[in-house]
Design a protein around this ligand. Structure first.
Ligand code: FE2
Ligand code: FE2
Length: 332
């Protein structure tokens, strides 16, 4: 079943959501008027508007005309939203050194800080089960479509990079077994944790920071021009997954969590340790050997992921260390 449309959070999301209640015009090009004005590129209104636009390319929404997916008027607005977001991310990534190399950047990702901090460390050491469940809710936006945002990159790759990229994605998609889809494993995790595993069930409840981590990968995936960044994002996801998943397994064992919760992250400790090597050498290495001009784009994709992930991490830590819920609507 298709997900339900979320509630508007400001003029931009209102403009998009009101449009989607109508039938998409087929015969003429109608400009969609919405003023971006001084909209916060990381704010909830813009991020939600963008999220809804992108979702038309995934599963769409119940009662929404699928014709909106390629409506030029809506795409024009989406383009403006993306430009604001991408400009902000480029500003926060900062200048990329002329001699920056993807190989060095992936090496950097592999080195775990001895005294790391952030949500997975916090959850491992002191987090509560309620905070863990909030973490699942934030991450549900990605994990219930895990693999999909990166899959847009497949037609943009060739040769070994493509073969190896698909080999990794094959595992994300359960290696041919529907009940082993990582999307399904995460749904199982949510049910075991007493959460609703319905796709996008929590779209109204998460803050902008949780939306922007998914919007970034959708944006990279849907633009061929940003394929280097998409591969950088993918590489960063795979390389940092194994140690992060290990901490979450430790957190869940400490909290005596149900087995499906532990199983999801345990699967990622082992699989992603293998994926890391494949991604580093056969995906990134092969891509930049073929298209050296993409080297710095891969670096940008890695650092851009850091920007949005750091924003989410800061939000979580800020809320949790001051005893507040990190969701817009606390779990009952
Ligand atoms: Fe996975
Ligand atoms: Fe993986």
């Amino acid at each position: 079943m298709e997900p339900r449309l979320p509630n508007a959070r400001g003029p931009l999301s209102m403009a998009v959501l009101e449009l989607l209640t109508e039938r998409a015009p087929r015969s003429h090009l109608t400009r969609v008027e919405a003023s971006l004005g001084d909209a916060d590129p990381y704010g909830l209104d813009l991020q939600l508007a963008l999220y809804v636009c992108y979702e038309l390319h995934y599963r769409g929404f119940a009662g929404v005309d699928p014709g909106w997916e390629w409506n030029p008027g809506l795409l024009h607005l989406r383009n403006q939203l993306e430009a604001e977001f991408l400009t902000a991310v480029r500003r926060d990534v900062g200048d990329i050194e002329p001699d920056a190399r993807a190989a060095d950047e992936t090496d950097r990702l592999s080195v775990e800080p001895v005294d790391g901090s952030g949500p997975s460390y916090y959850l491992r050491d002191t987090g509560t089960w309620e905070q863990m469940r909030e973490y699942f809710v934030h991450r549900s936006l990605y994990h219930l479509k895990e693999g999909d945002p990166h899959a847009w990159a497949i037609p943009r790759l060739i040769g070994q990079a493509k073969a190896s990229f698909v080999a990794v994605e094959f595992d994300e998609y359960g290696g041919g077994r529907g009940n082993q889809l990582h999307q399904q494993l995460f749904a199982d995790l949510m049910e075991a944790a007493g959460l609703d595993s319905t796709y996008l069930r929590y779209l109204n409840d998460v803050p902008a920071e949780a939306l922007s981590v998914v919007n970034l990968m959708s944006m990279f995936g849907l633009h061929r021009d940003l394929r280097g960044a998409a591969i950088g994002h993918f590489a960063s996801t795979e390389i940092t997954s194994s140690p992060g998943s290990r901490r979450l397994v430790e957190a869940l064992e400490r909290l005596d969590a149900p087995e499906p919760c532990i199983g999801f992250y345990r699967e990622h400790i082992e699989a992603d340790a293998v994926h890391e090597q494949v991604v580093r050498t056969d995906v990134v290495g092969d891509l930049v050997a073929r298209e050296p001009q993409l080297d710095r784009d891969v670096v940008f994709g890695i650092r851009a992921r850091d920007v949005v992930e750091d924003r989410l991490a800061a939000h979580l830590m800020d809320c949790w260390t001051s005893g507040r819920s990190s969701l817009r609507r606390p779990l009952s």
